[in-house]
Design a binder for this molecule. Structure first.
Ligand code: ATP
Ligand code: MG
Length: 453
């Protein structure tokens, strides 16, 4: 073992924890322990163990749920599950969710050792290659951002500079330019990095629930409020809260919002008591915020309060040289994900990518490159692997929507909308433009499909 490997042992039985800890130490591992899944999730966040060894049946959160959560945080951290006999279905499920291995109790120790050793070797290789790709990335961007265009470099310096202050920041930019990524980066670079980063999108929540989502509610506050619930401001306590799509924040809530920002105090919906929080607030919008103020959608006082600093993310088409960097970066990403043989992008393909307008910006490019990685069956990404609307942007129509016959008109419309959304990188405005519909109509239809409106 070239590096000390840390294993987190999660089991609700103290004896089992002790036995495992002793064994693992004898084998030369560093050991952390947790008695339940909640504690385990915290230890993983704070101490980043290399491997997790978890019992599967525990009160509160099961090992499987823990597994899901851990895989969400870092899909590459091996999680080995332990269980009593006779739960084959569980084992299958666990492997599907991404468990590294599944061992039954009573434990066969040589077996456990072999599984751990293999996990260690894989972990080593991974850590090394990550370090390498981080170094490589250092020349291609900043933190999680790829891109070295002058305009993005300006954005990076701003992000770097505002991160260490505790001020509010307004992040602007078209859809898919990386506003949420910028917010997360500010949080990660700030003194609040150990607190939570919480993002709430006012446009995605039914208007009458926004207040409760932000501030929480007390039991009986309204029909359906069957118990107390804390809101985003409390969830983000000692961390950072991103108010996404701030121009869509219901106008009647804006004074309350302003007060929290000024005084860090508020009442839950239906609550008597004042709650105090320590939250840094960031806001994002893909509208021009001054226009939103002029249109009466955003209160001027709230705008000034949120806009201590502005970080503007330029549209992708204005980032000289970044399209190629990003296209290669996404190709690498999706090559791994889909086991694609595509290794390189033809120059003509880059030319086409650089001529396109990218209304859905980085998110759209990401989708286009994922599709290309799947289609490219030999080493190269060719122009023909790009969607028709990117190849022929002037045709102004959706080229390759395929709908099976036998659908109702409403179902065809749904397919058309969803596919166009997909092709525009989830850009509702562009989807509306292409389909000749109103954005409101698109939002309403999405709501009717049970998706974000
Ligand atoms: N410069 C970048 N380098 C790498 N990935 C990026 C970059 N910018 C954005 N992304 C990725 O593109 C996707 C869209 O970014 P993000 O969600 O932050 O955009 P957004 O501006 O918040 O979009 P929207 O307006 O639709 O909310 C994410 O998957 C993000 O990780
Ligand atoms: Mg966003």
């Amino acid at each position: 073992m070239s590096r000390q490997i840390t294993v987190l042992v999660v089991d609700d039985e103290a004896t089992m924890r002790d036995i495992l800890e002793m064994r693992l130490r004898k084998w030369g591992f560093d050991v952390l322990v947790a008695a339940d899944a909640t504690e385990a999730a915290r230890v993983v966040r704070e101490d980043e163990p290399d491997i997790v060894l978890s019992d599967i049946v525990m009160p509160e959160m099961s090992g499987l749920e823990l597994l899901r959560e851990l895989k969400g945080q870092d899909p590459d951290r091996p999680v080995i599950l332990l269980t009593a006999h006779g739960t084959v279905e569980r084992a299958v499920e666990a492997m599907k969710v991404g468990a590294r291995d599944f061992l039954t109790k009573p434990l066969n120790y040589p077996n456990l050792k072999a599984v751990l050793d293999q996990a260690c070797r894989d972990r080593e290789v991974l850590v090394r290659s990550r370090r390498l790709s981080l170094e490589l990335k250092g020349e291609k961007g900043f933190g999680p951002f790829i891109g070295m265009s002058p305009r993005m470099k300006d954005a990076y310096s701003l992000i770097q500079a505002v991160a260490s202050s505790d001020a509010s920041v307004l992040i602007t930019g078209e859809s898919g330019t990386g506003k949420e990524l910028a917010a997360k980066t500010i949080h990660d670079l700030s003194a609040r990095k150990h607190g939570d980063f919480v993002a709430v999108n006012a446009a995605a929540i039914p208007r009458d629930l926004v207040e409760s989502e932000l501030f929480g509610h007390e039991k009986g506050a309204f029909t359906g409020a069957s118990h107390d619930r804390i809101g985003c401001f409390e969830l983000a306590d000692s961390g950072t809260l991103l108010l996404d799509e701030i121009s869509e924040m219901p106008l009647e809530l804006q004074p309350k919002l302003l007060r929290v920002l000024d005084e860090a105090r508020f009442r839950r919906v239906g609550g008597k008591r004042e709650v105090t929080v320590d939250v840094r607030t960031l806001a994002a919008t893909n509208q021009d915020p001054r226009q939103s103020v002029r249109d009466g959608l955003l209160r001027e006082d709230l705008y000034y309060r949120l806009n201590v600093f502005t970080v503007h993310l330029p549209a992708l088409r204005d980032r000289e040289g970044d399209i190629s960097l990003l296209a290669h970066y996404f190709l690498d990403l999706f090559r791994e994900k889909h086991g694609s043989p595509a290794r390189a992008i033809r120059e003509e393909t880059i030319d086409v990518l650089e001529r396109y307008r990218w209304p859905g910006n980085v998110r759209e490019l990401r989708n286009v490159m994922e599709r290309a990685a799947i289609l490219a069956r030999d080493g190269w990404v060719e122009v023909s692997h790009l969607p028709p609307y990117v190849r022929h942007p002037d045709d102004d129509l959706v080229g390759d929507v395929k709908v099976p016959t036998g659908l109702t008109a409403a179902e065809v419309e749904k397919q058309l909308i969803l596919q166009t959304l997909d092709e525009t990188g989830n850009n509702k405005a562009e989807t509306a433009r292409r389909l000749g519909l109103n954005v409101k109509t698109i939002r309403n239809k999405l709501k009717a499909y049970g998706m974000d409106g």
